[in-house]
Design a protein around this ligand. Structure first.
Ligand code: DON
Length: 427
């Protein structure tokens, strides 16, 4: 059987309809690009990538580079320092608007050019080449292959980069720009000229969707940095159509003037489209239409939240031993359901098995809530037998009941661990 996802994507590409808009012409090399190309890709968090259309055609990443460089600037300098240079407010302006906060002198956000140029300058590295090398290395780790710069597009854009140069000089006059404006614009233009396919962009988006982790388990971005980047993409990624986009498609996204469009559904998938003609906001016309269609067909919208707590826990009795079976990824509300289940266990000295074999991840709060539940089962007299082969509860030390305080619990009760339920039953 062929998975229906592939047929769906082909159908999307075939039915997207007539194109409208114009290719970006302010970068001479982009004006030469074949405007009829069209591609789409969806990447799951465990590494499957489905594609249709001209999926192996390369194009320059352009502004889709901005969220990733912003992430590297935060990793290098810390969030506080980056926020001192660049705000996080939607501007409602076009991507290349010469706009700074009148009071602070900061660019309004890192998705418009002013903020993106300031982000680029905050990345550590020796000059334009040093910064770009580190930036390209990050993009390559996210894409899962070595990316390179499209030198022709780079030269072409640099020869007509007067507006970005003006922005960089203006940033320097208000004290926001670190470094030499011409060198920073050179580096920023190189970052925009990284060459990608929709496959690459979908895979990069899937890493953002997975909290900064690649399908191979490489934690490329710190989860807190990843969250900052997605928040800014959600509010500012689509420039002066950001509000329209968030209400109609409903996912963090970023567009580029070469026609790329990348979207992230946190915890679910990374998506990408490519079609070079642009709408008046500088977003790919058919790309936007494809995302609107996908939202209608697949219910992508962030605000369509599911009730994930309901199916996470059940109690069975295995050979006379009460067994709490827990499945899925645990966050606050899932862990609340789990400990509500523990609380139904009658007080007594019987063994109780906690089976976490089918739990993939538990965030910090979930881990602490479940450990506190285990401690309370123990206080009620139970011999708690833990099956946690992936170690999602860490050391499984429960602490002393200092509930939900912050750090990993230390000391307290440590339940006996077993590799599987059969050996836990045998005790
Ligand atoms: O700074 C520029 O003008 C380009 N290199 C990137 C702009 C861009 O992609 C805007 N997005 N739609």
């Amino acid at each position: 059987m062929q998975t229906p996802m592939i047929d769906y994507l082909h159908q999307l590409v075939e039915s997207v309809g007539e194109d409208g808009g114009e290719v970006a012409s302010y970068i001479p090399e982009l004006a030469q690009a074949d405007p009829d190309r069209l591609a789409i890709a969806i990447a799951t968090l465990d590494g499957e990538v489905y594609v249709a259309g001209n999926a192996d055609d390369e194009f320059t990443i352009q502004s889709i580079s901005k969220p990733f460089t912003y992430a590297l600037a935060i990793a290098d300098r810390g969030l506080e320092s980056v926020l001192e240079h660049i705000d996080v407010e939607p501007s409602g302006d076009a991507f290349n608007e010469i706009s700074l906060d009148p009071e602070t002198g900061r660019p309004l956000n890192p998705m418009i050019n002013a903020g993106a140029i300031a982000s680029h300058a905050l990345v550590k590295g020796d000059g334009a080449e040093g910064r770009t090398e580190r930036i390209l290395d990050l993009y390559s780790r996210l894409a899962g292959r070595e990316l390179s710069i499209a030198e022709d597009v780079f030269e072409s854009e640099l020869s007509s980069a007067d507006r970005n140069m003006a922005l960089a000089y203006m940033l320097r006059t208000v004290g926001t720009l670190e470094g030499e404006p011409a060198d920073v614009v050179r580096g920023y233009t190189r970052q925009c000229s990284a060459s990608v396919t929709v496959r690459d962009l979908a895979r990069m988006a899937s890493v953002l969707a997975a909290g900064g982790r690649t399908p191979q388990g490489d934690q490329v971005l710190d989860p807190a940095v990843n969250r900052q980047v997605l928040s800014v993409m959600a509010t500012c990624g689509m420039y002066d159509s950001a509000g329209d986009w968030l209400t109609s498609v409903g996912i963090p996204a970023k567009s580029g003037v070469a026609g790329g469009l990348m979207g992230v559904l946190p915890g679910q998938v990374g998506l990408a489209a490519f079609s070079p003609r642009l709408d008046p906001h500088g977003n790919s016309t058919r790309g936007v239409r494809l995302f609107e269609r996908m939202n209608r067909d697949m219910g992508l919208h962030l605000m369509n939240a599911t009730e994930s707590g309901r199916s996470v826990w059940r109690r069975t009795v295995r050979e006379g031993v009460p067994t709490h079976e827990i499945v899925g990824d645990l966050q606050l509300i899932e862990s609340e359901r789990v400990v509500r289940g523990f609380a139904e266990e009658p007080v007594g000295e019987s063994p109780v098995i906690i089976d976490l074999d089918r739990v993939h991840t538990a965030n910090d709060i979930a881990r602490r809530v479940v450990l506190e539940g285990i401690r309370r089962l123990h206080v009620d007299g139970h011999d708690v037998r833990l099956v946690d082969p992936s170690g999602v509860l860490g050391t499984a030390e429960t602490g002393s009941g200092e509930l939900v305080r912050g750090e990993q619990a230390r000391g307290g009760y440590v339940p006996t661990s077993f590799p599987d339920v059969a050996s836990a039953i045998a005790g």
